[in-house]
Design a protein around this ligand. Structure first.
Ligand code: 5AD
Ligand code: SF4
Length: 460
């Protein structure tokens, strides 16, 4: 593994300062998963480090950066739509710099499309380029030509990148990058490169700083957190890392995502059971309830193994809840396969389900598989799955009513005077309380439920 440490780029900062009369402003928008949101926070940190201010308004910005997602086609279309809308701003302000980075920018055909069809995009760089951003901006300022980087896989771990976090009480903490699983539908291994773990001491250091800064919830991130530690010289796995982090004194809770069912171990579940600081919730994406489709997806587990793991978790961790991702309409999925997915969902009783219609990604193995079902058929299957999950979630949520629970107060609810809090099991509750409670824990009595949102009142 290549590890490097971020250093302040004084030469680029000076070039940027010289190019503007006043400190320039940057607008950064991130799409997609939490990993990308965390990358967006680092991009803001690096921009602050080289002399930019941060603005929430694209209209006022000197630099607009879209940190993109490539996991489904819809996400890419949205980005191109939003980039298209920037043409008008560029006409008003020819000095405006427009950049595209993140997972889309890691694909050669996307860079080509920007080159040929979006002449007003100044800057393109991939997921591993955040630490080089000051140099890229300085380069663009110093030349007429655009800076459109050909995607390279650097597979690096860069430590100590400056960060401007969005929240003062909930933090994302990546423990590993990349993915080696090559699920046949997924673009992630191609755009985020090979799996590599941060050193445990680097994770521990950042974690301790967050706890000391008063963060109440820290979510450990990785495409497959359960393979944490593979390839490191020190023998350490994800459960070991959790135990190490839980030894840090303080008033906080830990979440993590995502767990691949093929690697989630009994040891991990025993650790969740033993450590009160770890939330009793497991996001365990199953993707499909059909063994045949799971095999075609290259998932390396079958339904029986998946259920065995869940049963173990239910026995060892009383009250644990589950959520999952499901893909509807994978190439070749038959009505019979889909019925097995419905059966599994009914059987497990997930608190939450994230459902996606299969989206063909150029370069993946599934993109070459025959896919006879029409979009209409897939959408119809999706409708049935959502209806089933609504019914299950409502039952699950209603079964919580009457309990008094600890929640982390996250923010203002839509209704005036109401706040939202998140339970250990990832459900949300709305209750009346003063705004000063945001960012703190509260005890809430659950009095009712509206669809899948609980309602409650502050406990005495
Ligand atoms: N089409 C639809 N859904 C996908 N996912 C990943 N790739 C695709 C795709 N090509 C879903 C999976 C994954 C989640 C993050 O996104 O369910 O777990
Ligand atoms: Fe994609 Fe599979 Fe890796 Fe998750 S584990 S990022 S679904 S390839």
């Amino acid at each position: 593994m290549e590890k490097s440490v971020y250093t302040h780029d004084a030469a680029s900062a000076a070039a940027i300062a010289a190019a503007y009369d006043e400190p320039p402003l940057a607008y950064v928008r991130s799409y997609g998963c939490q990993q990308n949101v965390n990358d967006g926070e680092k991009i803001r940190g690096v921009l602050l480090d080289c002399g930019f201010g941060i603005t929430d308004s694209a209209e006022n910005a000197d630099l607009i950066l879209f940190n993109t997602c490539a996991v489904r086609e819809h996400a890419e279309q949205r980005v191109f739509g939003n980039v298209g809308a920037l043409k008008r701003l560029k006409e008003k302000n020819p000095r405006l710099m427009i950049g595209l980075c993140g997972c889309m920018a890691q694909q050669p055909h996307i860079v080509e499309k920007v080159r040929s069809s979006y002449p007003y995009v100044d800057l393109v760089f991939g997921v591993d380029g955040i630490d080089t951003l000051p140099a890229l901006i300085a380069q663009r300022l110093g030349q007429k030509k655009r800076v459109l980087q050909t995607p390279v896989e650097r597979n690096a771990v860069v430590e100590a990148v400056p960060i401007r976090r969005d929240s003062g009480f909930r933090a994302w903490l990546p423990i590993m990058y990349g993915c080696d699983n090559f699920c046949t539908y997924c673009i992630v291994p191609y755009v985020r490169g090979r799996e590599r773990s941060r050193l445990p001491e680097d994770v521990l250091k950042e974690f301790t700083q967050l706890v000391q800064a008063g963060y109440k919830e820290i979510t450990l991130l990785g495409q497959n957190v359960n393979s944490y530690g593979k390839g490191l010289e020190v023998p350490v796995d994800f459960a070991d890392l959790l135990n190490m982090l839980c030894a840090v004194p303080g008033d906080y809770q830990i979440r993590f995502m995502t767990s691949h069912p093929k690697d989630a171990s009994h040891k991990l579940i025993d650790t969740i059971a033993a450590q009160p600081k770890i939330c009793k919730h497991l996001h365990l994406p199953v993707q499909s309830g059909s063994d045949r489709i799971l095999h075609e997806m290259n998932r390396h587990y079958n339904v029986e193994q998946y259920l065995e793991l869940m049963n173990y978790a239910k026995q060892r961790v009383p009250g644990i809840t589950f959520s999952s991702d499901i893909i509807v309409g994978f190439p070749g999925e038959t009505e019979e396969d889909f019925a097995k997915t419905l059966e599994l969902v009914e059987h497990v009783g997930y608190m939450q389900l994230f459902t996606f219609i299969y989206s063909k990604r150029t370069g993946t193995r599934a993109a070459l598989m025959p896919d006879p079902a029409t979009h209409k058929e897939k959408a119809e299957r999706m409708g049935r799955l959502l209806a089933l999950q609504d019914k299950i979630a409502m039952q699950q949520v209603a079964s919580m009513v009457g309990q008094t629970v600890r929640v982390l107060v996250e923010g203002a609810a839509r209704t005036e005077g109401m706040l939202t809090g998140r339970l250990d099991n990832n459900l949300t509750v709305e209750f009346a309380a003063a705004e000063e409670m945001i960012g703190h824990y509260a005890k809430v009595s659950l009095t009712g439920a509206r669809a899948t949102v609980l309602t409650g009142e502050l406990a005495k």
